[in-house]
Design a binder for this molecule. Structure first.
Ligand code: GCU
Length: 620
């Protein structure tokens, strides 16, 4: 809809109503800017709250030129031009319609729902109506599990929220914007890659766009339990230490009860002026571990509200080169995973997907996963809690982001905060990762050191890491040399001997490693590619035999590295990548999975399985 702005031109004969509508809209749009409606603080444990799902088929408008946002003078309208407008008079000019156009599934990326959108990067508008009868003693939030990359959220014609970042949840308070009855929710989602974004323009994964995770309407009392952190004190394994944060007019001096019925725990805490309360009590709980993923029902109760969560209690520390789970040294038998569905491509986004993916890790004798390179959906970490699989969770500070740009830092830190806020009660999550394969520089060191400080402030009970790639090789000895070794608790190293570079796979096992740090090291990436079902000589690239030879030799190499305390080969399953262009072998698939895109295991899967069996013998 092309709209003329203030200076009305020759078309004076526009019907009066229409002009009044325009003025009204311009007035509103002048008021609200995207920055002013950044999303509200994370509401903890949405899965344990009273919600109405907004998942399903949404009407969409594919808008490559952002016509619904910019007018022909490229002036943005913060309230957007695509309203739920109905043709009133046959002469009305309305050039869009959510109801007669295509639909897309939510949650879901648009790329795998419509072949036309497979390579699409740009804006898609989503519309959904829902009926709701708000209760005056309650408040409502709209919750998005994630939308890639930038989302403008409009409710009943008004901009109510804005979010940047494709892999973390955001919620928007809509209490004052809800109608009694039918409500219209419109979301502009734009996944255009930008140099100043996080991640930036070059990634080795598909830029799946859309409302990729579930959407729901949350109802809470006027004063509610916004967030809580209930974990064991890493220094004292029979002390539960944490906090509770209330939100609302009655948040001060509130009494709240924390119950763990199975352990006969019932503790009362009182909130301060800001609605927050410290939690600390001693109790001997059964420890969550990979062999015994014990979860307790934890109940938080206050007069207006009761929330229940399933929380595992464990401690995780690093000391003298060891990673200690509940005080015991552990070897992380892992694999890297991208957030794509088990069979075919597209974003995974439900617990069934998580169960299959983590089931394969179990089948591989694994006890650990590196969720690459961004926070995965909540189903994944909750399934890891249930299955006893340890988790490395990462923000998409990937390759060459703009380290000098303070807005880029603010964006990365916010994504980190949103990731930690969502998962800080998950026993399975033991490692917060700052970055992957970032080039050494002063600016990068400052950026990542600040990010490390920020995450430690948010959560001092977990370990901080990053996937580094900076190694030297002198006479067959690989040295890890990166200033970030000083900053992290656990050093992640990516190394592709036998695949990148010119060393033939069989020579990798002769390599020796040295580290000038006494911190534990995780081989956070290694491996090679193969087309499943393509067999031949082990010297021929893309055969399963070549990939398997790379693994055989690398695992032998790792057996000789005294300070390695974990491995996560790259990776569980073939995944879509716009950087993988070789016809027949790649065709936009990164083929380094040990399982194919159709879920078929390659030879190397079993080599890793056997090696992890040995590690179990050695360590357990
Ligand atoms: C890198 C990177 C991955 C990438 C992989 C590869 O190390 O971290 O994101 O997919 O190598 O080259 O396949």
């Amino acid at each position: 809809m092309k709209i003329k702005s203030k200076n009305v031109t020759t078309k004076k004969f526009y019907p009066l109503i229409f002009i009044l509508f325009l003025l009204g809209d311009l007035f509103i749009s002048q008021n609200v800017t995207a920055q002013e409606v950044e999303s509200d603080p994370t509401v903890q444990n949405v899965m344990g709250r009273e919600t109405v799902t907004l998942d399903g088929q949404w009407g969409v408008i594919i808008d490559p030129y952002e016509t619904g946002y910019y007018d022909y003078r490229y002036q943005p309208s913060e309230n957007g031009y695509f309203k739920d407008q109905k043709v009133r008079n046959p002469s009305d000019l309305i050039e869009y319609n959510f109801d007669t156009g295509p639909t897309l599934n939510v949650p879901g990326d648009w790329n795998t729902q419509d072949d036309q959108l497979f390579l699409y990067e740009g804006t898609v508008w989503y519309k959904r109506t829902f009926n709701y009868l708000p209760d005056e003693n309650e408040r409502q939030f709209i919750y998005f599990g994630a939308a890639n990359y930038e989302a403008h959220v409009y409710l009943n014609g008004e901009l109510v929220g804005h979010h940047i970042g494709g892999f973390t949840p955001f919620n928007i308070e809509v209490t004052d914007h809800l109608n009694d009855g039918e409500n219209t929710l419109i979301v502009k989602v734009d996944n255009q890659r930008k140099r100043e974004a996080v991640p930036t323009v070059n990634t080795d994964w598909w830029n799946y766009g859309g409302i990729t995770r579930s959407v729901s309407l949350i109802t809470v009392p006027d004063t509610f339990i916004e967030d809580y952190f209930i974990q064991l004190d890493p220094e004292s394994s029979n002390t539960v230490k944490g906090w509770v944060q209330m939100n609302g007019s009655n948040r001060a001096n509130q009494t709240l009860t924390i119950k763990i019925p199975e352990a006969n725990i019932e503790k009362q805490v009182r909130t301060d002026e800001m609605g927050s309360a410290e939690v600390e009590f001693t109790v001997d709980l059964e420890k969550w571990s990979t062999k015994n993923p014990k979860l307790y029902d934890v109940i938080l109760e206050m007069p207006e509200e009761t929330i229940e969560d399933q929380i595992g209690f464990r401690t995780i520390r690093q000391k003298d080169g060891e990673i200690l789970l509940n005080g015991e040294p552990i070897f992380l038998r892992g694999i890297c995973i991208h957030e794509s569905r088990p069979f075919g491509g597209g974003r995974a986004n439900n617990s069934a997907d998580a169960e299959v993916l983590l089931g394969w890790v179990k089948e591989m004798n694994g006890n650990y996963v590196r969720l690459a390179h961004y926070p995965h959906n909540e189903h994944m970490v909750r399934m890891a809690d249930k299955m006893g699989i340890l988790v490395w969770s990462e923000v998409p500070v990937y390759w060459t982001i703009q380290f000098e740009n303070p807005e880029v830092y603010a964006n990365a830190e916010r994504q980190m905060r949103e990731m930690v806020d969502r998962d800080h009660n998950r026993a399975s999550v033991i490692l917060w990762s700052l970055a992957n394969e970032t080039p050494r520089s002063e600016a990068r060191f400052t950026f990542l050191s600040n990010l490390a400080e920020a995450v430690r402030e948010l959560d001092s009970t977990r370990l901080v890491t990053a996937a580094l790639e900076t190694q030297s090789r002198v006479e067959g000895v690989i040295g890890i040399h990166d200033p970030m070794e000083e900053v992290v608790d656990v050093i992640g190293v990516n190394s592709y001997c036998g695949w990148y570079g010119n060393m033939p796979p069989e020579q990798c096992s002769d390599l020796r490693w040295e580290s000038d740090s006494n911190k534990p090291v995780i081989l956070s990436e290694f491996g090679g590619g193969a087309l499943q079902g393509y067999h031949g000589d082990e010297n021929e690239r893309w055969t399963e035999e070549f990939q398997d030879a790379v693994y055989e030799s690398n695992l032998e190499m790792i057996d000789n590295i005294s300070f390695v305390r974990g491995t996560s080969p790259w990776l569980l399953k073939d995944f879509r990548s716009p950087r993988r262009l070789l016809p027949r072998f790649q065709d936009f698939w990164n083929r380094k999975g040990v399982i194919s895109d159709e879920g078929l295991k390659k030879k190397a899967f079993f080599t890793i399985q056997d090696w992890y069996e040995q590690k179990i013998q050695e360590w357990e």
